[in-house]
Design a protein around this ligand. Structure first.
Ligand code: TRP
Length: 370
């Protein structure tokens, strides 16, 4: 149907989800889901994409599908409102990828900043696997197969959305100029800068499993507390409580920016009305790190407690989770198959469904009898 509002987004199942995923995109997806404004919602566990840089470790991908599914549902993705699907089980996506790959040049892929960055990170410079190099095309297939209008993602995914938009435009221009088959999409990124690239607890650029600086949604209360109180990077120049503190690069304050609401002050730190007051005191001097860390810990526990509790409930019925995935995938596959038929019709490669083609071809040979 025209003008439907459709969400598609997803994650690579290479590990449990952490609070960077949460503030970067997952929290927003749950809000959008519950807003009731969307006609359909698809959340993809992108295992095929995960294999593009983990092809030598398929077991890792296989093990983490359930982790990501548990994290999604615990965080509030409701299978009654959102289809959770497994990418590799929808072969239509691969077919779309193959057709779209004609519309993208090698140099355009080489310019994709996310791909460039990942090639460096993985030391792929000398031998880039083709599957990895072309995954932005497959991601365009993910998005367009569901005619997504809205793609809530972290900022690192913006180049993928940009590439998708170009593919949509080229496809429609070449194959369906009169009645566009593919739908243009918009990325939705967090407004709050701290949420866009949440640093790891060590203050390193980004929270990431390989750097070992994550707080996971599934961490126990003690693990979360330990990471905040004992490991979290603050301001190395703030030695005495009376010293003026710095906010720049101070992870505790970055996390407060991402998680803290005024109501948290009423509950846990009533001496201050809001985060600006707390920051003011810290930068003037006279406010110790431990006090701020305790406040952050209270907020994190309040945020993560319900997620952890729901997860423990869900963990009791793993076959039930796989069933949710099966149903989500089946429903999604129908939608993708529909789009693929339209794509093939637009590309004039739906020969057996095309009675007019067969009639015209036979007419061409009529009268040519031996
Ligand atoms: N590239 C995304 C990531 O690394 C995962 C992903 C795959 C995705 N397909 C998608 C995200 C489609 C948004 C839309 O997290």
């Amino acid at each position: 149907m025209a003008n439907e509002k459709i969400i598609l987004t997803g994650d690579r199942p290479t590990g449990r989800l952490h609070i960077g995923h949460y503030v970067g995109s997952l929290r927003r997806r749950v809000e959008l889901q519950n807003s009731g404004e969307f006609d359909k919602i698809f959340i993809m566990i992108a295992d095929a994409q995960a294999l593009t840089d983990n092809f030598d470790n398929p077991e890792k991908v296989r093990q983490n599908i359930i982790e990501v599914a548990l994290d999604y549902i615990s965080a509030g993705i409701d299978p009654a409102k959102s289809n959770i699907l497994i990418q590799s089980q929808i072969p239509e996506l691969t077919e779309l990828t193959f057709f779209y790959s004609n519309l993208v040049t090698v140099s355009r892929l080489q310019r994709n900043p996310t791909v460039k960055n990942e090639i460096q990170m993985r030391n792929f410079e000398t031998s880039i696997p083709v599957g990895f190099f072309t995954y932005p095309i497959s991601q365009a297939a993910d998005i367009t197969a569901f005619k997504a209008t809205t793609v809530p993602v972290g900022v690192d995914q913006l180049p993928m959305i940009e590439q998708t938009k170009e593919i949509v435009q080229r496809f429609n221009y070449i194959y369906s100029p009169d009645k566009p088959v593919l739908v243009d999409c918009e990325a939705l990124i967090p407004e709050n800068e701290s949420c866009q690239r949440l640093p790891g607890i060590d203050g390193q650029a980004k929270m990431s499993k390989s750097l070992g600086n994550c707080i996971y949604l599934s961490d126990s209360a003690d693990e979360v507390k330990d990471k905040i109180m004992k490991k979290m990077y603050t301001d190395p120049l703030h030695i005495q409580v009376s010293d003026p503190g710095h906010l720049e690069g101070n992870v505790v304050f970055t996390y407060l920016d991402a998680f803290c609401k005024d109501e948290h002050f009423e509950r846990y730190l009533p001496e201050y009305a809001n985060l600006d007051e707390l920051k003011g005191h810290y930068t003037r001097g006279g406010l110790g790190d431990v006090k701020v860390k305790k406040f952050l810990n209270n907020i994190m526990q309040e945020t993560l407690d319900p997620i952890r509790t729901r997860r423990h409930e869900l963990e009791k019925d793993i076959p039930g989770i796989y069933e949710i995935l099966r149903q989500g995938t089946n429903a999604a596959r129908e939608v993708a198959a529909n789009t693929l038929s339209e794509v093939k019709a637009a590309m004039r490669i739906n020969y057996f469904d095309d009675a007019e083609l067969i009639r015209a071809q036979s007419e061409k040979y009529e009268g040519i009898k031996d």
